[in-house]
Design a protein around this ligand. Sequence first.
Ligand code: FAD
Ligand code: FES
Ligand code: FES
Length: 1331
Amino acid sequence: MEESDELLFFINGHKVVEKNVDPELNLLTYLRNKLCLTGTKLGCGEGGCGSCTVMVSKYNPFQKTVIHVAVNACLAPLCSLHHTAVTTVEGIGSTTTRIHPVQERIAKAHGSQCGFCTPGFVMSVYTLLRNNPEPTMEEIEDTLQGNLCRCTGYRAILEGFSTFAKPSNCCGGSGGKNVCCKGQSGAAQLSPRLFEASEFKPLDPTQEPIFPPELLLPHESPQRTLSFKGDRVTWIQPTTLNELLTLKGRYPEARLVVGNTEVGIEMKLKNMLYPVILAPAHIPELNLSQRTETGILFGAACTLSYIRGQLKQAVAELPSYRTEIFKAVLEQLRWFAGQQIRNVAAVGGNIMTASPISDLNPVFMASNCLLALASEGSTRNVRMDGDFFTGYRKTVLKPQEILLSIEIPYTRKGEYFSAFKQAQRRDDDIAIVNCGMRVAFKEGTDVVEELGLSYGGMGPITVSAKKTCAQLLGKKWNKELLQEACSLLVDELMLSPSAPGGMVQFRRILSLSFFFKFYLSVLQKLGRDFERDIQVEPIPPEHLSATELFHKDPPSAVQLFQQVPPGESPTDVVGHPLAHLSSIKQATGEAVYCDDLPRFERELYLALVTSTEAHAKISSIDATEALKLAGVVCFLTAKDVPGSNETGHIIMDETVFAEGVVTCVGHVIGAIVADTEAHAQRAAKAVKIKYEKLQPIITIQDAIDHESFFFPPRKLENGNIELGFAQADDIIEGEMYIGGQEHFYLETQCTVAVPKGEDGEMELFISTQSPTQMQTLIAKALGVPANRIVCRVKRIGGGFGGKESRSSLLCTVVAVAAQKTKRPVRCVLNRDEDMLVSGGRNPFLGRYKVGFQKDGKIVAVDLKLYMNAGNSLDLSVAVMTRALFHMDNAYKIPNIRGVSYICKTNLPSNTAFRGFGAPQAMLLAECWMNHIVAKCGLPSEQVQRLNLYQEGDFTYANQKLEDVNIGKCWDECLESSSYHSRRKAVDEFNRQHRWKKRGLAIIPTKFGISFNAIFLNQAGALVHIYTDGSVLLTHGGTEMGQGLHTKMVQVASKALGIPVSRIHISETSTNTVPNTSPTAASVSSDLNGMAIYNACQILLKRLEPIKLANPNGTWEQWISAAYMDRVSLSAAGFFRTPDLNYDVEKNEGKVFNYYSYGVACSEVEIDCLTGDNKNLRTDIVMDVGNSLNPAMDIGQVEGAFMQGLGYFAMEELRYSPEGVLYTRGPGMYKIPSAGDIPTEFNVSLLRECPNRKAIYSSKAVGEPPLFLAASVFFAIKDAVVAARAASGVKGLFRLNSPATPEKIRNACIDNLTQMCSPAVPGTFTPWNVEV
Ligand SMILES: Cc1cc2nc3c(=O)[nH]c(=O)nc-3n(C[C@H](O)[C@H](O)[C@H](O)COP(=O)(O)OP(=O)(O)OC[C@H]3O[C@@H](n4cnc5c(N)ncnc54)[C@H](O)[C@@H]3O)c2cc1C
Ligand code: FES
Ligand code: FES
């Protein structure tokens, strides 16, 4: 090949010509690092979060039109963008030009909290609107399948964007008195909307930038082959098929890249290197779409979005019986990845990757699709049958061959097809098991003539159940066939109990469940089509529920809150639903996060070198090869730490770099510092470490067996437990395991350290919730006093506790590197590194013994709590302390004993996470409550209500409860959710449906507000008033999306009596407000709000004489006069929560300043055959005192609820028995997506409940609502009880958390589950273990 070609494309209307493009460079890195367009964010780098979404527009010569598609910039090779126009969030609007309506609406509808995901959402919807200015709500939801948000809970995002949708039946907020028609009855309950849609700028599609005319011209002249050469990879883009085939002949190992959604992942995460890449996207034969006599033929480079469009059209135009397979492909594509992936991924890429969990291959195999293969000088056709895949990711293709096209056949009368998929999450998830199933009957009969059953997820390749199919030929489609088919499938689709991917029993059950569904749906169709000719076995009506495809009604939501009383001063915005003050900047991409800081002169990049063993001695570390690689500056280990290598939280039991021994996979051993990120990461992989393995302890059970605990067990006790049990009418005992949770903040851990060159000074920009703690630990590592270290935080892209202590892992290392090299050093952890090293929520094992009376009244509770803390103590002891204080959830327990064990294991240290141990303890409480209810046979809500705390009760920590609002919340929630009538409706539904069951549950929560470490309950603030009257506010809290800065500005505005627009918060930094507590424990508004109030009062006092002298003066006049009078216009404020004096030894004194209360009622529907589930409705009533800002508070309630929903029903960390975390990215670890929000989601803030204990009568809200998602867990359990009852199985069963499809299905015992008995534990090594 000759010289590299020039790459020509447009970005935001500007022409860019790049010479010597490196084929390994992706669009995201180019935008952020080269063009400093940092609005597009890096959330995962693997196509799974959508935060990097941009719009790519190109002229499509095959469709002869300009098309606009949303793509993930993190997976888009820059080389693939020749002759395209890229639009980023900066290109559609900004605060300095005009804000685009998409940006305006997500911001003003409160759909942006931390804002890190916001540009991605904006660009997804912007692209949709470019193609379709008036989409339906369904299309909007579809477009957002590939966008994740960890903060908002999605409702606000969807509601903001719904204003673009074609009008639905909802009044859109004009249902009289400015309320929505869906608001509930009773004037006192009505609230204004949280935003005013009528104020939004209209969308004017004529205002959008045009497609660059220059990009239309080249298509008139012949194209030529392009090639781009990098250091390691060459990218060749041929224009004719012959050229492509010649090249493939010359480079048989070359990859053909269209969407790069497989190859990109292999190169990034699997360390693969492909020296030659062929890009066939421009070859006409590979882009063909043609209806033939036998089916529709698609070129292998056709994208999935394009195929979807073509198949939809065919289904609409052709007779239904001909399109059975098309409908099945469409059903698979509906749940295939997200829009951004479908827009670029090609069908050929899916087939040729030959993944055993491909969603399309089982369908193509069962339908016997015809594949055309070509190599230089020859073509051949092969059927996609059971012989096509020859091994894991291998096919019958020869190395020099390519896939040219696929023909998807029509079906004939009497031929039926279905496809099924079950995943952990419905939207954008890979399958656990999927399948394609086809049957053709002898004409006019129900005798099987042809049968194809193909499965994904049942082995290393897509498998065809050939034997089963052969045995069933000639048989009639009836119960006997069903029985025989299931017996045959069980034998044919055997999975080893150690099979990769785990979930073995579930997968085996699914393979039968899918056949059962297929069997019924074929019976149904036979009955419909051949009613008169064939005697088809009738299907009992209640069994039809097995055949229904998943559907969800349009979402609806109501938010109720107390309006500010009329007559308040216009400058007093406390209590108003003010939008997050940065939300517009977040939506335009102008908001600056840590890694958005422009590169410093001579800046270096750092990459971590971490342990691959859970427990081992380090025998040797060899960086020789790594140090020889391009760009590498140095390699650091423990000996390079100038100060102390010892670090930690609460106790100093960690190291900056491991010394001698590693105690978890992911333990930081060293770090490479290099000129670029790519060079640093490449070199980090080249560092060789040898280990001498030691016995690891991985699970809680291992720790119990080895008595590996951090401390001797700790006990919290009240009353007389033995006497309590003696008084009980009944006693129950049980156990529950509660899995951990990954924080999955969208912005990963990040630090930029800038040495100042003198006196050991260093300035650090850190994405952390604890600037002070980081300052202390950095100073210790560097061996300098804390006064040389400044830690600055402008905003962070989500924290949830994961950036409270664990940020020190990275920032100490980066600081050491900056000190050593005397140059600025940056590091942003990749998503997989972040998940590997930073730990998460502590897994718990709870054991209980509970005594109660006949009416359900609790008399004694005896608990053992075990937590998996990981390899260091971190905050686990504090987490356990909070767990011990929340063992009662919201119930009065006269005699109680809780004994806690903090297990020391060889996992990365677990840490703070929203709720901080309380959710685990409260879930256990609801577990035993559920057990009591089942045992005493009374209605659940009656027993729960009976035990709720009352005003004046004492907790078991001997704190008297005042202003107990739990009863109020309970009664309002029961009523507003119509609990009693819906209970009846659920029971009725369950009688009528055998394979779908509904469940309903109502759950209370009580959450103590204060840090348990008393000294942390303090805060500082600094308020400067400048001579023009503007105010600069600083306080100790960090802004992480919760709207803290907005609330603090509201507080200062009210306190000073000036408009919000006069007040600014720039950042949080250790040199303005020192010695701050972490932004945690939900108390930041309480503490910092009071400190700000205090500072404002000091200033007002100083201004008093000036105001008296000129009572009619303006703020500006008073400030000017004060300045001239030499009055100090700067004040520091301080606050310490009074009266906190809990004494652990005596178990007395005040442990919490006050409590927050809430209640939620949820209804779910489960598919008993697959474990699939959907949330039909959730009603929440939350006590937030007098809300400082109802929009923020409702945002916190919804966001916490959805995070809790992930915790209790979806998110599953999976570890190997050797302690290796498998779930290291959004591909395997599923957090809730927009499709998971309850179809009806109603949130009400309790009215008239001022809180005397906090600023302006407000209450904390960050953590308390998370636990309310337990209502979903127990609604699921309720539904499973109904499913088991339908199989005649009564009595209790254990359901561990999270209630995933696997756990649901395995618990719904029926004939199919009984055919798949699990292997006996201990007889095999499982793929994964519960830690
Ligand atoms: C976030 C995310 C979500 C995903 N979700 C799903 C999902 O839900 N279901 C699912 O099945 N998959 C999923 N995938 C996998 C992937 O998107 C699909 O397999 C996709 O169809 C691959 O197409 P591509 O064009 O991007 O492939 P590329 O990465 O461009 O290529 C993939 C492979 O195919 C080979 N190849 C491509 N075309 C040809 C050809 N014509 N002849 C010979 N070889 C060829 C290449 O050499 C390469 O080895 C997901 C991937 C990501 C990143
Ligand atoms: S960063 Fe690209 S999808 Fe997550
Ligand atoms: S606002 Fe969506 S991730 Fe924070």
